[in-house]
Design a protein around this ligand. Structure first.
Ligand code: ADP
Ligand code: MG
Length: 452
């Protein structure tokens, strides 16, 4: 074993070879036991030659090496190695293929981001329920008396609001407090991929076993398996088996179970059985809190004004907020100058623009029609009476100012008018605003309403 380790390196040794045990040496045959069929096949195809050569260098009497499967040695190994669970047990019996989704302990699970812990999660109104539920689940998983507070915990919310962060935080907590428990965290896409692979290699039994022996199963972004019937089927069975055995499941998606399209009805209702907790879009206070904490973590000193500005302007999601902070950090480190409000604005121009509220032409037409008390249909009609023509021009003007639509596109939205009509409307309103203060105020009011 020592020679093998030297030759293949620590990582490969730990992944593939460490759990092998010498069974016997008999009539020139060295017999080695592996804990799983997968490991047996893997070692046989990849290391058999070196194994024999190295062994012979130690003991010339060995002329052949045979590897057998002996499942119980995995358990022994775990005990011998201080309770470390099933060291390096790769996931699937795909001959000749690396298990590409394994955490650093060789479990079937995607790697966890070390920054995504509970300590690093800032709690605010929009995420307090999801956070509290995640904490409860994490605590229950490591409690001496096993309970399952809600099954499943279903977290949902828009992109970049902290779903993955919370799931990793649960996983970290459980791994730290109860290292022997088996935690699987996978994106729904990876789950699906593994399932399809298992089908191809006819190892669905292994697939099922992998999942059904788990203490905590977390599947991220399940919206990706909508419409994929066979995956859903498998997921459903796994899900039921785990719930029946009182194992905790955590699911995330971008929508609530009832709004997820392409999901079978029984799946939908089953997903809603436990606790459904949504993460709302961030508030100003939460964004500011996150900025302050991240800046502190990164040892970054930013003027309060700049932070407030960012929290005000970058409203889409936390990921973009972090992006903005990273860019500022890089700038400060590279240029070595303090950041001011102006330089921040300059640096983040594109991000800021993308975060401006997007106003649609429909919205403009609706608001303007309401304001001047005309029918929405009049926006599209060909009537030229001033009472409808003026509001229509105002709406065209605002569409030009507040959206990125081209003149022909705007014309089309107003009952298929020509782009020259739009140009005329824009000019007209500009001219009139200069002299007609009442109209100027109307336009300004509408602009502010539409942009807030
Ligand atoms: P989602 O999975 O919902 O799309 P993520 O969990 O990947 O979002 O979060 C995106 C980024 O924002 C991550 O870097 C995460 O750490 C950060 N983040 C989100 N919410 C918070 C929060 N409440 N406190 C601290 N960081 C957060
Ligand atoms: Mg995510």
């Amino acid at each position: 074993m020592g020679r093998l380790k030297e030759e293949v390196g620590e990582t490969a040794y730990r992944s593939w070879l460490r759990s092998m045990r010498l069974d016997r040496i008999e009539n020139g045959e060295g017999v080695i036991a592996a804990p799983t069929r997968f490991l047996r096949n893997w070692v046989a195809t990849h290391y058999a030659d070196r194994l024999l050569a190295l062994w012979r260098a130690e003991n010339e009497a060995v002329t052949r090496v045979t590897i057998i499967v002996e499942p119980q040695i995995a358990a022994c190994a775990a005990v011998q190695e201080g309770g470390e669970p099933m060291a390096a047990q790769p996931a699937f019996s795909e001959p000749g293929g690396l298990p590409d989704i394994a955490d650093d302990r060789g479990h079937l699970s995607a790697p966890l981001d070390p920054r995504f812990t509970f300590e690093n999660f800032i709690v605010g109104k929009p995420n307090e329920l999801a956070h509290a539920a995640a904490l409860r689940v994490a605590a229950a998983c490591v409690a001496p008396v096993h309970t399952v507070p809600f099954n499943p915990l279903f977290l949902y919310g828009g992109v970049g609001l902290g779903k993955t962060h919370l799931m990793h935080a649960i996983a970290w907590h459980v791994r730290m407090q109860a290292p022997a428990s088996k935690v699987i965290y996978l994106s729904a896409e990876k789950f699906m991929y593994q399932f399809i692979r298992a089908l191809r290699f006819r190892s669905t039994m292994d697939f099922k076993d992998q999942f059904r022996s788990v203490d905590l199963l977390m599947i991220d972004d399940v919206q990706f398996i909508s419409g994929k019937e066979s995956t859903q089927e498998e997921f459903f069975h796994t899900f039921n088996a785990l719930v029946d055995q009182n194992r905790q499941i955590v699911i995330s998606a971008d929508k609530s179970p009832s709004d997820l399209a392409g999901l079978e009805e029984r799946m939908r209702s089953r997903l809603g059985w436990g606790l459904v907790a949504d993460i709302h879009p961030t508030t100003y206070e939460l964004r500011l809190g996150i900025l302050q904490s991240k800046a502190e973590q990164g040892g970054l000193r930013l003027p309060q004004k700049v932070m407030e500005f960012l929290a005000h302007k970058i409203v889409s999601n936390v990921r973009e907020l972090e992006g903005a902070l990273n860019r500022i950090t890089a700038q400060m480190q590279l240029v070595g100058r303090e950041i001011t409000l102006e330089s921040a604005q300059d640096l983040l121009r594109d991000l800021l623009r993308a975060n401006e509220r997007r106003v649609t032409i429909d919205e403009i037409q609706r608001r303007v029609a309401e304001h001047f008390n005309i029918k929405m249909a009049e926006m599209m009609s060909s009537r030229r009476a001033r009472v409808v023509a003026r509001p229509r021009q105002v709406a065209m003007y605002l569409a030009k100012q507040l959206t990125s639509r081209s003149l022909p596109e705007i014309g089309r939205k107003f009952g298929g008018r020509d782009h020259t009509t739009v140009i005329h409307a824009v000019k007209k309103i500009e001219e009139l605003s200069a002299s007609d203060t009442a109209l100027a105020e109307d336009v300004e009011l509408l602009r502010r309403m539409l942009q807030s």
